[in-house]
Design a protein around this ligand. Sequence first.
Ligand code: ADP
Ligand code: MG
Length: 245
Amino acid sequence: MAKDEDYVIVTKGLTKEYPFGETTIKAINGIDFAIKKGEYATIVGPSGSGKTTFLNLIGTIDNPTSGEIFFNGRKVSEMTGKEIRELRRTKIGFVFQAFNLLEILTTAENIALPMIINGTPAVEREERVQELLEIIGLPDRGEHFPMELSGGQRQRVAIARSLANKPEVILLDEPTGQVDSNTSREIMDYLLKINREEGVTLIVVTHEDMIASESRRPLTIIDGKIYEGILESFLDIKAIQEGTL
Ligand code: ADP
Ligand code: MG
């Protein structure tokens, strides 16, 4: 049996409701979930099923309507605002589908941002930036601006930035949503390498079958609920909802 401290994130009965006219929409509908340190999981699911809401909740940038989130065994709802900001700054990295980089800053400055916010000394910061540029295969692009990079290179820089403060978890919301399949392959190869070599826990929301099918832990979100595995069709989904699968 895995112990509580083996898990980096645990959710219990996680629910998020949004008001909708006279009623409410349950964007997240009672999710029990746990992910161990160093795991690599993917999430697929139809548009509007709650994938982004789920990432935002476990990333502590949104609050649940009910239910609990535990980070390294601690209840997030019992942390102070200061502790939550600290958690978000040092333990969690985010990568979004697009618009990840600030165009007026160089690649190196973009990667350094989380460390500047964190008060990391300049010398240490510069060493880490160089180390990260090497990890993502762009050792000599530090002085380039984002507009001088390809879509795939930009996403690799966004990934490097999410790694800057050596987080325990990186949450990626469709990171390959705006690139072609070869570029997507290249981005995923870097992510897998980072997972392997740096031991970072990765949760990747994706619409790509290729990515989901390679994952050691493919998950599916449908109607605000989470399932282990990839559900092949809406027939499966219906059967699950009706309890006949
Ligand atoms: P996905 O990322 O899987 O496409 P989302 O998590 O963005 O889905 O959305 C899940 C559901 O919650 C959708 O029905 C969406 O319309 C609703 N929703 C998301 N964010 C908000 C919001 N800020 N206000 C109201 N409804 C929202
Ligand atoms: Mg989304």
